[in-house]
Design a protein around this ligand. Structure first.
Ligand code: ADP
Length: 159
């Protein structure tokens, strides 16, 4: 049984994240979408809201389960007996941050490697922060978001 964790803020989950989960589902038996409480960001959705939206968004992905975690992702990976963690690599701008994160995680726990997936072209420039901004300004990007995310964002942002 090969389990991996996919840690992140998911504020909110987008079709870019889902694309990574679909690709990982072809390779691993179980993917734990791991919603972080300590993100160093200031999420608009609470931890429980982010997890709830993720659960709705991954309903048709049987290998994916959603859990929240507190503290370090490597500790959570160890706790869940995961063999690796997965992350998404979009444009070049992600590379430096993701590389330093992967190296730091490796230093914290040597047996956990990071595996990167590159999303389909159409998601290369999609980010949760851009999505929040566009929806708050009344933009229509339904094809980049699971339907439950559109509804949750509109209600949170009162648009
Ligand atoms: P974090 O705060 O940990 O970066 P995010 O939810 O923003 O959390 O991202 C989690 C992971 O998903 C990161 O590796 C990020 O690069 C990746 N990711 C975010 N958006 C996309 C996307 N559109 N396509 C592919 N990967 C993505």
């Amino acid at each position: 049984m090969k389990t991996v964790i996919y840690p992140g803020t998911f504020d909110p989950i987008t079709n870019g994240h889902i694309d990574i989960l679909r690709k990982a589902s072809k390779l691993f038996d179980e993917i734990i979408l791991s919603v972080a409480s300590a993100t160093g960001k200031n999420p608009i959705f609470s931890l429980e809201e982010r997890a709830h939206i993720c659960r709705q968004a991954v309903r048709d992905l049987p290998k994916v389960k959603v859990q929240v975690f507190h503290g370090l992702a490597v500790d959570f990976a160890k706790e869940r007996d995961a063999c690796a963690m997965i992350r998404g690599l979009r444009a070049l701008s992600d590379f430096e941050y993701e590389l330093s994160l992967a190296l730091m995680n490796k230093k914290l726990l040597d047996k956990i490697d990071t595996i990167f997936f590159v999303p389909d072209n159409k998601y290369l420039y999609l980010s949760s922060s851009m999505v929040r901004q566009i929806v708050s300004l009344g933009g229509d990007i339904k094809d980049l978001l699971p339907p439950c995310v559109v509804a949750a964002l509109k209600s949170k942002l009162c648009v």
